[in-house]
Design a protein around this ligand. Sequence first.
Ligand code: BG6
Length: 482
Amino acid sequence: MTDPAPVLVLLGGAGDLSMRMLLPSLLHLEMDRLLPEGLRVIAVGRAPGDADSYRADVRDHLKGRDDLAEAWERLARRLDYVSADAAQAAGAEALKARIGEAGLLVLYYALSPDLFAPVTRALSAAGLIGERTRLVLEKPIGRDLESSRAINVVLAEAADETQVFRIDHYLGKETVQNLIALRFANALFEPLWNNLAIDHVQITVAETQEVGDRWRYYDAYGAIRDMLQNHMLQLLCLVAMEPPSDLDSDAVRNEKVKVLRSLRRFTPEAARDDSVRGQYVAGVVDGQPAQSYEAEVGKPSGTETFVALTAWIDNWRWKGVPFYLRTGKRLASRRTEIVIQFKDVPHSIFGPVGDRDLVANRLVIELQPDEDISLTIMNKRPGLNGEHMRLQPLPLSLSLAKALGEEGGRRRIAYERLLLDVMRGDPTLFVRRDEVEEAWRFVDGVAQAWADAGVKPLPYAAGTNGPDGVAVPDRAQSTGLE
Ligand code: BG6
């Protein structure tokens, strides 16, 4: 007898994450014929509706994608909708009835974190969480260490840790995985990857978009919990971790946890001197007037939409190397990048040269908007330029799109990879419970230090680089190019 078909349940199936990310990802996977044979996708939402109205809604969100019309027809046949409150016994029973038999059951929580525990309890009581069930949870898991532990305890009562897949979609990005290849598949960098050769590291996630419709969630979390606790600390871990013994999921995650444990705890002095909180006020973004965060929220708010702080990793490799972390909404441009700033040469043999003539090497790993890795190298300026040799920095650039062309394929949504990994049962790119809890320990320390030191968000005009004095480095600065 063959196994019944697998079922993917999208809890919060009509919400922002499902519409913007999960369904487009499923559509792309459908187009590439990568979805498991017979997969059924059941969306669950509290809004009234049925499969037909849901398909029409999804179709509206995917409009403009005529190239995918045929794939859409196939995906639409898999889609179903259950109008139910999955946190209630009746809702969980209704969902169970609709699922019927499932070979593999993937329950994807595209929900606000405060629903994680009640939904898990209701689904578990309905008998929906068995050995062949996988639970997929979006970040942030909780709002602090205590609430994240409470969620993790409920998850642990319902399922084994190997069945829990905590998503940080940054780990599904091609360039983020490429960081592992760059560090450990090249002999060039690893000997220099330490406090002897590296001056500092910058990790920047700058966004132009506003908080918009998500303000209810965002206002209770802020930039530190929405971005820093997860995406930025994950990037930091991949830059800073020791070489794992292999790519086994636990080997990689063990190394990441060690980095998180080595993060220096924040103090009120560090909060005052080494961190900045900001909140956008009205301004101009891409030539259009942009309203303030408080106007979006409709009330005064003390939530930060920008954070910049210096993190220190107290271990042998990184002692004394600051990691500058910066992220914000409504900034001047969209860019996600990691800059590894090497130290100056110990001594210049080039005589009296200007600052711009002899700059230290930089490795810039750009994740967004383009995927690019570049290393600035000092060169002689061509020509007969005077008494002294003139120098200039030039990039050795590996633009993934240019280097790989067709072979690089189209740029995938990070969720495509992660959805497939869940269905295959590969946990490598998911965050383990101890990682989440260590990351919260650090972030709770920052929040406490801010409270103790009275650090409040400073205003910055939408469309700028954040509060005065905390520049998000622009392309020229970050590569050292003119
Ligand atoms: C999400 C955050 O996890 O990541 C959002 O909740 C943020 O606030 C988004 O906009 C950024 O993701 P990306 O892939 O566009 O950099």
